[in-house]
Design a protein around this ligand. Sequence first.
Ligand code: NCD
Ligand code: ZN
Length: 351
Amino acid sequence: MTDSAISTRLIIRQPDDWHVHLRDGEMLEAVAEYTARQFARAIVMPNLAPPVTTVDAANSYRDRIKAATGTNFTPLMTCYLTDNIDPAEVVLGFGKGVFTACKLYPANATTNSSHGVTNIQNIYPVLEAMQRIGMPLLVHGEVTDVDIDIFDREAVFIERILSKVIADFPDLKVVFEHITTAEAVEFVDGSGTNIAATITPHHLAFNRNAIFQGGIRPHYYCLPVAKREKHRLALRQAATSGSEKYFLGTDSAPHLSDDKESSCGCAGLFNAPYALESYTQTFEEESALDKLEAFASENGPRFYGLALNDTRVVLEKLDNQAAKEFQTDSGPVIPFLADETLSWKFAGFEH
Ligand code: NCD
Ligand code: ZN
């Protein structure tokens, strides 16, 4: 092989996705394979309707996911925290290996979060138990107050809620999910090793202008909403810095295109089909391909106390035309990067 041929292949330990919405029913059937083909494991969000709040519900959801993906993929289940969540159920589920973590949605922060927590004090008994047993808390970090500007909701959440939770539970493991601001990066960098964050491919790739480029573009709308350019640059710096605190979490959140292209469109991007390619492109642009494996495949399992994957995957540098849409029985879903030409292609496993 010539040097240039060698440089067109990148082989890394197989990654995991530490934040994904796999949905249920026919949407699960339609989307799960795109996660399972590239990721060995994924932290599966519990915001179904109704949400996953019991060990039984998590067990049966896990079975439905496995039926859709086959046995090579391991879904790691999460428990949706409500005001009335029973700490004993959470502890039981963690002890049995059914729940890997708990998810905090502030009430009404995002899709299917109406059962979320209305006041953080309401879940203090559960946080106490989680700190004791070493169970991670995954946080959707946005306040929901209508008087707070939507672009400030993450920064205000840090000030009002997250700082207090961490002060009150100094040993609690916390993943600040899908961070979107320089303030979040600063907060995570300045916290102890028990505080980490996931970063999505889309928040690394575009800023808030993409939502309004020549018209309103619902397929770029997600929560937390993309912020201004200086924040995107801070995220890119954090992801590619080599810090063990940051790891891959796609927040792939499919909605039917009709539900997004609407007078009140749903938040969420379906990025699973091209997630790894998109991250790779970002790391290449930042001259940090040597840091991709740690971000995608090592920092996450280390934070969760899980083994690293033994398998390796291959990425090839070549023009890769992304699909315009994916079909479900109820209509199409438009993916992130639809119809664009990507510069990398996931090429399966190393043999
Ligand atoms: C997610 C969804 O659709 O479930 N939407 C999103 O914009 N990310 C919920 C969430 O993670 O906020
Ligand atoms: Zn999410």
